[in-house]
Design a protein around this ligand. Structure first.
Ligand code: ADP
Length: 320
């Protein structure tokens, strides 16, 4: 019986469990046995895993987080770490490894692919949606919806107290989450790391809004733009409004995955196992123009995913 390994690595994302479940069940249906390596790359370095069976992955499709646990593993950034992981794969005769994670995990996967004969396929799962080769990652839709639900509540207070709120959302160094959330909550301003912002312009927009009777507002800021606390103070001092800062934080990373995140997890899993059973490795699966596709792992690691700045332009028009 051939063996497929599964590992979740880097930041957790809602829908990782749905992906583990789907990979396990699809792989079993094709005659593979499945091992779940625990705690990200650490499980490959230490040879710690649990056998996954169609029964053992029951009841997890609706759970956030990852039953396999995940870590950020500094040891894996070194040659010795990668070598140990390659030895673990050889020792357990792992034919194919599915890596569920983000761009960092895929860079690790690329390094590992150079040291092992095991086929490696990446399944993009991160709330940041910053993986090249897919329009959407597992967990992104859930995080967007979580943030939107929270910001709708914050808007009640913004309107009642006639205040401006800066709401800081996650996304690490990128603005995918902020731009989608900003547009869909009707934010007056969206700040992302990819587009340098002009403070004077923000002050001016707020003053103009106040003058035309719009006395409250929501600024959605990506965590990657820098010090939002300082920005809140500066706006208060320069735009003659009360400003509050709300940092949404880790709530965005957890929770039950939306139907869309579960669907993407199931479709990505199907493609990943299909690639492995065809003998294809060093790829990541993705969504492009409504199709489930795949691209080279190397290309994914070497290319920065562009932000759709049209969303920001549209949001500006919609916020007038
Ligand atoms: P994500 O996969 O969510 O982007 P990270 O960027 O933290 O999360 O990456 C997850 C893990 O992948 C890191 O803790 C590290 O073990 C491994 N990793 C990241 N970059 C590299 C790299 N260039 N070489 C080897 N391993 C890496």
């Amino acid at each position: 019986m051939r063996t497929i390994g599964v590992v979740t690595s880097g930041g957790d994302a809602p829908g990782m469990n749905a992906a583990i479940r789907a990979i396990t069940r699809i792989a079993h249906s094709k005659g593979f046995q499945v091992l779940g390596f625990e705690r990200g790359w650490e499980g490959l370095i230490r040879n710690t895993f649990v056998p996954l069976t169609p029964r053992s992955v029951g009841g997890i499709i609706q759970l956030g987080g990852t039953i396999l646990h995940t870590t950020r593993c500094p040891e894996f950034r070194k040659k010795e770490g990668i070598k140990k992981a390659a030895e673990t794969l050889a020792f357990n005769k792992v034919y194919g490894l599915v890596v569920i994670g983000g761009d960092g995990s895929f860079r690790g996967a690329l390094e590992l692919s150079r040291e092992t004969d095991t086929l490696i396929v990446g399944v993009p799962a991160t709330i940041d949606n910053d993986v090249y080769g897919t329009e959407e990652t597992i967990g992104f839709d859930t995080a967007v919806n979580t943030a939107v639900t929270e910001i709708d509540k914050i808007r009640d207070t913004a309107v009642s107290h006639e205040r401006v709120f800066i709401v800081e959302v996650m996304g690490r160094k990128r603005g995918f989450l902020a731009s989608t959330v900003g547009l869909t909550v009707g934010a007056e301003t969206i700040l992302v790391p990819e587009v340098p912002y002009n403070k004077e312009e923000i002050f001016q927009t707020i003053k103009e809004n106040t003058a035309k009777g719009k006395k409250s507002g929501i600024i959605v800021a990506a965590e990657g733009i820098g010090d939002t606390r300082k920005l809140a103070k500066e706006i208060e001092e320069n735009a003659n409004v009360e400003v509050r800062l709300s940092i949404l934080g880790y709530a965005q990373r957890g929770g039950s995955p939306t139907a869309r995140s579960r669907l993407l997890a199931s479709l990505f899993a199907e493609k990943a196992v299909e690639l492995l059973s065809e003998g294809q490795g060093s790829k990541i699966v993705g969504l492009q123009n409504g199709e489930i596709t795949s691209i080279e792992l190397k290309k994914c690691c070497e290319t920065e995913k562009p932000l759709n700045v049209n969303l920001l332009k549209l949001a500006k028009v919609l916020a007038t």
